[in-house]
Design a protein around this ligand. Structure first.
Ligand SMILES: [Zn+2]
Length: 187
């Protein structure tokens, strides 16, 4: 086991956009949950309360009052086989009203003994199997909260969905390079 850990290398890949070799495991994050973009722009100010970690979206006036959406930003780690650090996605998961309120109330405290249930809408390229315009797939996950300043980590429930398989089994160096190359905003 120790040998396996000691043998892990810093991830690096050759960038197809700038031609340089980028060092360090890739990390990509979404600034808002996907539901944010379902709210018409001129209603966002009124219906959305968002920070970098929290997002509450109130229903439109013609929707049911219980349709409020509560999301928190979490880290989804996908191990890269043979690499020191995982490929990480900064994604949003939905929370129950109770979990969300507890998360907000204890945000500045050590939350590392806490966890909650969440739904992850699969918005990432490579993992989306829903067609354009179709609703996103949602995967069940356990969300393990962190200590102050540390985002929670999402652990997907065991399933045959490619994202759950990759989180469980890890991805190859090659696949991580291809993914990084295709989503990188590098110029
Ligand atoms: Zn580059």
């Amino acid at each position: 086991m120790l040998e396996r850990i000691l043998g892990r290398k810093e991830f690096r890949y050759k960038c197809s956009q700038c031609g340089k070799t980028h060092v360090g495991s890739p990390s990509f994050a979404y600034r808002y949950p996907t539901y944010y973009f379902d709210v018409p722009e001129d209603e966002r100010e009124k219906r959305v309360r968002a920070t970098e970690d929290l997002c509450q979206i109130d229903p439109s006036s013609d929707e049911d009052g219980d349709a409020t959406i509560y999301c928190i930003r979490v880290i989804l780690e996908i191990p890269i086989k043979g690499a020191k650090e995982p490929f990480t996605w900064g994604v949003w998961v939905t929370q129950s009203k109770e979990s969300f309120e507890k998360y907000v109330d204890t945000f500045d405290e050590d939350q590392s003994s806490q966890s909650s249930f969440g739904w992850l809408p699969v918005t990432m390229p490579f993992y989306k199997s829903s067609e354009a315009g179709a609703p996103f797939e949602h995967l069940e996950c356990d969300v393990h909260w962190g200590s102050p300043g540390q985002r929670p980590k999402a652990c997907l429930w065991e399933s045959e969905h490619p994202l759950a398989v990759d989180q469980r089994s890890g991805i190859s160096w090659q696949k991580a390079s291809e993914m990084a190359n295709l989503i990188s905003g590098c110029q």
